[in-house]
Design a protein around this ligand. Structure first.
Ligand SMILES: O=c1ccn([C@@H]2O[C@H](COP(=O)(O)OP(=O)(O)O[C@H]3OC[C@H](O)[C@H](O)[C@H]3O)[C@@H](O)[C@H]2O)c(=O)[nH]1
Ligand SMILES: [Mn+2]
Length: 377
């Protein structure tokens, strides 16, 4: 039953159209605080690290949980495209979901309060962002024109006021900001206390550093492009999984005419991961981003790339052609991108009509030890 908050606003909008994807190598205790906003939604938990460790899911949540054994069982040899020992493993949850919308959140993120002291319903705001158009072709200086109490400003062409479908909603964070290791090291005590009451469309042709901590997207529009790149154990780079997905997905959105928004909602990011560990994990990314960003900025996809999957396959090809000279890793990443699309299409075959749905039953979701995942009511 959908929950309602005091103002009578539904606290669980579109609860049957959203999956909450959580990567974890720690604990899910943080979900206790999220009950008023997340308890009505289905969770897809991607357990990273040692699969023999039993992760406890707080009572009352409806969930499916996948550990590394499950990923290997479901994807077989294609499992090698899913990161191990990196939060990027979360994209497996995007792939097994059958819902229109995904919201992904880190396990050290909590409910934030707006300046009035009201708890922020991140899902409600993300849904609002995703269900209202974006304006990537011309910047509205009063920010989101589709928001209550605001509009397009003078000089905004009426021919552009319809906007475009929104594919990604990128939320922000109070307290611990998502800084890279060098910045964290020189500013260890910096906290983000600034709540900016705005949602903006990222203009067409402009990239942005997408953080996976508080992120929602329309799986049907851009799911295949939301591959959190192969990082972590066995790879020369980590903690650039979401960046890779953000750059690629923005190029895909620009190509397909979809919009990307950033700004509200905020959540409270509590745990500063260790900057020295982070430096070791991400140091190659600090160098390579000087090549990766111009690569994506200069990408021009062919007009034949008219779906997210086709765009992504073309980006994989260009990655191999243009970035392998930076490091042989990019050849491996390009291959993993192809494997990702193959796995995505295997788990998400295009449904032609009602009848064909019977031919493609949803992937059976069980835990690695063979027992059925018990949906927790
Ligand atoms: O090996 C791992 C490490 C982490 N996770 C899960 O990923 C989430 C983020 O981890 P953490 O909070 O330690 O990292 P942050 O530095 O705060 O996060 C940023 O950088 C890494 C990611 O890109 C993240 O999205 C960024 O916000 C958390 O749920 C961990 O449990 C993992 O699964 N495996
Ligand atoms: Mn964190």
């Amino acid at each position: 039953m959908a929950g309602y908050n005091l103002e009578g606003i539904e606290a669980a909008p579109l609860k049957d159209d959203v999956d909450i994807v959580i990567p974890t190598i720690r604990s899910l205790d943080f979900l206790e605080q999220w009950r008023p906003f997340l308890q009505h939604y289905h969770l897809i938990i991607v357990q990273d690290g040692d699969p023999s460790i039993k992760i406890k899911v707080p009572e009352g949540y409806d969930y499916e949980l996948y550990n590394r054994n499950d990923i290997n069982r479901i994807l077989g040899p294609r499992a090698n495209c899913i990161s191990y020992k990196d939060g990027g493993c979360r994209c497996f949850g995007f792939m097994v979901s059958k819902k229109k919308y995904i919201y992904t959140i880190d396990d050290d993120c909590f409910v934030a309060k707006d300046p009035s002291g009201k708890e922020i319903n991140v899902i409600a705001q993300h849904i609002k962002n995703l269900e209202t158009p974006s304006t990537p072709h011309y910047f509205n200086t009063l920010y989101d024109p589709f928001r209550e109490g605001t509009d397009f400003v003078r000089g905004y062409p009426f021919s552009l006021r319809e906007g475009v479908q929104t594919a990604i909603s990128h939320g922000l964070w109070l307290n611990i900001p998502d800084y890279d290791a060098p910045t964290q090291l020189v500013k260890p005590r910096e906290r983000n206390t600034r709540y900016v009451d705005a949602v903006m469309t990222i203009p067409k042709g402009v990239l942005y550093p997408m953080c996976g901590m508080n992120l929602a997207f329309n799986r049907e529009l851009v799911g295949p492009a939301m591959y959190f790149g192969l990082m972590g154990e066995g790879q020369p780079i980590s903690r650039y999984d979401d960046m890779w997905a953000g750059w690629a997905a923005k190029v895909v959105c620009d190509q397909l005419g979809f919009g990307v928004k950033t700004g509200m909602p905020y959540l409270w990011h509590s745990k500063a991961s260790n900057p020295f560990v982070n430096l070791k994990k991400e140091h190659k990314g600090l160098h390579w981003q000087e090549d990766m960003v111009p690569f994506f900025q200069n990408l021009r996809l062919s007009k034949e790339s008219d779906t997210a999957a086709k765009c992504y396959m073309e980006i994989s090809k260009m990655t191999k052609e243009k970035l392998t000279k930076v490091d042989p890793y990019f050849e491996k990443l390009a291959d993993a991108m192809v494997t990702w699309i193959e796995a995505w299409e295997e788990l998400n075959p295009p449904v032609k009509n009602e009848a064909s749905e019977e031919l493609n039953p949803p992937v059976k979701k069980t835990q690695s030890d063979g027992e059925d995942v018990k949906a927790k009511g």
